[in-house]
Design a protein around this ligand. Structure first.
Ligand SMILES: NC(=O)c1ccc[n+]([C@@H]2O[C@H](COP(=O)([O-])OP(=O)(O)OC[C@H]3O[C@@H](n4cnc5c(N)ncnc54)[C@H](OP(=O)(O)O)[C@@H]3O)[C@@H](O)[C@H]2O)c1
Length: 253
């Protein structure tokens, strides 16, 4: 029977690439995000390529919306074996001294509480499958801090803490928890969301960097981790472009 995977934040970037990749690996993917049209287009593309996917409009900051995602998972044509908590992002690059509380609130709501809400809602189905995998897309920002990144690094550290805690708590049950920590990934919208649509500021992040990661690179890591034999748990995979030796050490030409 086809295994079902759920990917949040599937309407763009890493989530869309992961949805395509998992469908190519043979999963029936529930593609979840707020923008329904984008999901419909993605599902049409996957279906045309011979894959299986279903669009589920979902706002992970809403209990009701996430409950509907869990209902969709219950209706899906197979055991739910994989959840990819990918939806998230950054807002602002302000020092802690002057950072916007609203930006911090948004980052906490989406990255942290969104991951918590979706994971809680899908855990019973993942466990019932007999072999469930929970992926948390955190970030290298969840492992270190940088100036101006206070709100985002705080949220990503919290996501990293969720992954670690959950792995301890679920030990002994047929569930594994995988944390993916990407460095710089050149996606279309991450920078635009961070800088409120300012294309110049968004582009400056990647300016001159030879070979930043792209969404497909991260999707490749997620798919590899999630398709190891069930007794193998890749706890954490840190992936950066070669040009980024550390958060503060980026080679530009
Ligand atoms: N790009 C990077 O450099 C980088 C590096 C490390 C980690 N990451 C992490 O990787 C993940 C994906 O990043 P990305 O670069 O692919 O960014 P992106 O293109 O901006 O994608 C973010 C996704 O999250 C979804 N989303 C936002 N709020 C949501 C909500 N309330 N409910 C449901 N979905 C929501 C968005 O869809 P809708 O707007 O349609 O809801 C979108 O599909 C994020 O967690 C990010 O923090 C990114």
């Amino acid at each position: 029977m086809t295994s079902v995977a759920i990917v949040t934040g599937a309407s763009s970037g890493i989530g869309a690439a992961t949805t395509r990749r998992l469908a190519a690996e043979g999963f029936h993917v529930l593609a979840a995000a707020r923008r329904a049209e984008r999901l419909t287009e993605l599902v049409a593309e996957i279906t045309a390529a011979g894959g299986q996917a279903t669009a589920v409009t979902c706002d992970i900051t809403s209990d009701e919306s996430v409950a509907r995602l869990a209902e969709a998972a219950a209706q899906a044509p197979g055991p739910v074996t994989l959840l990819v908590n990918n939806a998230g992002g950054a807002r602002g690059l302000d020092p802690v001294e002057s950072g916007s509380v609203a930006d911090w609130q948004w980052m906490y709501d989406v990255n942290v509480l969104g991951t918590l809400r979706v994971t809680q809602a899908l855990l019973p189905a993942l466990e019932a499958s007999g072999s469930g995998t929970i992926v948390v897309v955190s970030s290298t920002a969840g492992l270190t801090v940088y100036e101006g990144g206070g709100g985002y690094t705080a949220a990503k550290h919290a996501q990293t803490a969720i992954a670690g805690t959950l792995r301890l708590e679920l030990c002994g049950r047929p569930l594994r928890v995988i944390e993916i920590d990407p460095g710089m990934v050149k996606t279309d919208e991450f920078g635009l969301v961070r800088f409120e649509g300012d294309e110049e500021r968004a582009a400056a992040v990647y300016a001159g960097v030879p070979g930043p990661l792209v969404a497909e690179d991260v999707a490749d890591c997620i798919a590899w981790c999630a398709t190891r034999p069930e007794h193998v748990n890749i706890d954490r995979l840190v992936v950066r472009p070669r040009a980024q030796a550390a958060q503060h050490k980026v080679h530009r030409v």
